[in-house]
Ligand binder design. Structure first.
Ligand code: AAO
Length: 529
């Protein structure tokens, strides 16, 4: 009896440990898709929207590597339609006609070279992949594509994959138009066309296989993961099946067993049956509430105040920190295409943009992404920009211009390069220096003057009121003289901007005029003289 009882107990014990092991393995697996694989303690992604591969490679080596950027989100590299607007609209990149690695940003060799050069300086590459659909149903027929491959939208014929009529959802969609007509209907959102885009039948193994082949080709080239476009329009089960076909990352640059980082575009500001939560188990998700709320707070709209952000992050109803990919603006909502409306703070409002991006980079919540844009001549009529389609700086033949770097380190020819603005570049470094440190030493004036630290490694103070800030605060930092990395930075043994003296008690006096070019101050362990 005793023997069998102890066997029984042992069996239970083994079963429990087996269950625990499976849970850890699954959880660990799940977490793995949430892991950005940043190297050397880096913490931020920059979206080099519409940049050419050759320019990204150069930027990795001359700027992003040396300044501690963790990675670059690149525009969709797959072959796309060429639309005949004079300026080739930016959104033609979101109308694939095949999976050849050949787009207006460059060809496969240029892509391979860029991924290698960026990886070699510790900058990861995350690819924006469009796998929900092919081109618009009105895309016509012919070779008007970025690499000259023939296709026919009306015949659903894409020989370069190949995809044919049976690989699309036309027969599954239940709306008369074949389009999404109501975001309140889950089946429409996932089985009908998003703004006319031919919807792929992702429940088919054949289609899943072609998509996985495309993603695995990029994994083999050395990418660290993917921004997956339009995930709201794909069933989580189909995405799970596709992600399950992905290879581990290339061990030339990543540890064995590393799974691709996945961050999924799902616009969820509430009010629709499809929510971000349905995608958390698959990878991180874009938190659109973040930029919408931060813009409202810094614009001081709807009675919002910066002092209300004491519990910023999950306290504001955002998704769990471990699932979040956050940003102030993105390529859609900086031109009114996505979610967030007029609250979104873009480079057009540069003073506010620097404050909002710096707040994001100082705060521990989420994996952070900085937008890097191009200018276009906005033409706003009744609150809508009629030129929201204009593509990147281009030559007369429609090809994208290279990114010239001026002597003052800014970019020319219409490229905005927000990531190169001193305040933003220095806050990317700030985020690296304070990585892992808790949010601490909060102070506010119950209006729009706030301050908070990151353990004993960093401290930031904002004045978004219409009067001066003049206060002595507990910073949590060791005593010493620190350079403010917003008004300047530390160059050898001197500060090029303001300097802050922290006493042995960790207290420091801050005086910030609301008329300052940048009414905020930030110091960190590496800006100490
Ligand atoms: C272009 C033309 C179309 C044409 C089509 C095909 O503009 O007229 O029919 O070609 O020929 C981009 C452009 C599109 C472009 C497309 C293809 O933005 O204009 O169409 O390339 O060239 C939805 C999706 C979301 C998507 C967003 C734009 O859910 O995934 O629309 N973003 C991604 C990319 C984007 C790209 C695509 C997808 C397509 O980032 O660049 O399109 O690959 C609500 C819903 C959202 C929905 C928006 C649509 O959002 O919730 O899911 O996003 O509406 O505007 C408040 C609400 C919020 C609401 C928001 C906006 O904030 O709280 O829920 O308003 O209305």
């Amino acid at each position: 009896m005793g023997k069998c009882l102890c066997f029984f107990r042992a069996g239970i014990h083994n079963l429990k440990s087996m269950k625990l092991f499976i849970l850890v393995a699954l959880f660990g697996l799940g977490l793995a898709q949430h892991n950005s694989h940043f190297r050397h303690g880096r913490t931020a992604i920059v979206h080099l929207f519409e940049w050419r591969w050759a320019d990204i490679a150069a930027e990795c080596e001359r700027f992003l590597g040396p300044n501690g950027f963790g990675g670059v989100q690149i525009s969709p590299p797959s072959e796309h339609i060429v639309l005949d607007h004079p300026w080739r609209p930016w959104y033609q990149r979101y109308q694939p006609i095949g999976f050849k690695l050949c787009s207006r940003s460059g060809n496969e060799n240029e892509l391979r070279d860029m991924i290698t050069r960026c990886n070699n300086v510790g900058v990861n590459i995350y690819v924006d992949v469009v796998i929900n659909h092919m081109c618009g149903s009105g895309g016509g027929e012919g070779t008007h594509s970025s690499c000259g491959s023939w296709f026919s939208a009306s015949k659903r014929d894409f020989p370069s994959v190949p995809f044919s009529k049976v690989d699309f959802n036309d027969n599954k969609c239940r709306t008369g138009s074949g389009e999404i007509e109501n975001y309140g209907d889950v089946n429409q959102v996932r089985d009908c066309r998003l703004v006319g885009l031919l919807d792929l039948a992702l429940e088919k193994d054949y289609v899943r296989g072609k998509v996985a082949d495309y993603l695995n080709k990029l994994v083999d080239l050395g990418v660290a993961g993917f921004r997956v476009d339009a995930c709201k329009h794909m069933w989580p089960g189909d995405l799970s099946a596709i992600y399950g076909l992905l290879k581990n990352l290339n061990t030339t640059w990543f540890p064995g067993g590393s799974k691709p980082f996945i961050f999924q575009e799902v616009i969820d500001l509430g009010g629709e049956p499809i929510t971000s939560r349905e995608y958390f188990h698959l990878g991180r998700v874009t938190e659109f509430k973040y930029g919408a709320k931060l813009g409202t707070v810094f614009r001081k709209w709807n009675g919002e105040k910066l002092s209300y952000t004491r519990n910023w992050g999950e306290g504001w109803g955002f998704m769990p920190n471990g699932d979040a990919l956050v940003f102030v603006d993105n390529h859609d909502n900086q031109r009114g295409h996505g979610a967030g409306g007029a609250a979104i703070v873009t480079f057009w409002d540069s003073r506010l943009h620097k404050m909002a991006v710096s707040y994001m980079l100082a705060h521990p919540y989420g994996v952070t992404r900085v937008m890097s844009s191009f200018r276009w001549n906005r033409h706003i009529v009744n609150g809508k920009d009629e030129n929201d389609w204009i593509g990147p700086p281009s030559h007369a033949d429609g090809s994208t211009k290279s990114v010239p770097i001026n002597a003052d380190q800014t970019c020319g020819d219409g490229w905005v390069c927000e990531h190169r603005w001193r305040q933003i570049k220095n806050m990317v470094i700030f985020r690296n220096v304070v990585n892992g440190q808790p949010h601490s030493n909060w102070w506010d004036n119950q209006s729009n003057q706030v301050a908070f630290g990151r353990g004993n490694r960093g401290f930031i103070v904002f004045n978004n009121d219409d009067w001066d800030l003049d206060v002595t605060l507990k910073t949590g930092m060791p005593g010493g003289t620190y350079c403010d990395i917003i008004s300047g930075q530390k160059n050898e043994s001197r500060c090029t901007g303001k300097q802050i003296n922290v006493g042995g008690d960790g207290q420091a006096h801050f005086k910030i005029s609301n008329r300052d070019e940048d009414p905020f101050v930030a110091i960190h362990a590496d800006s100490k003289l």
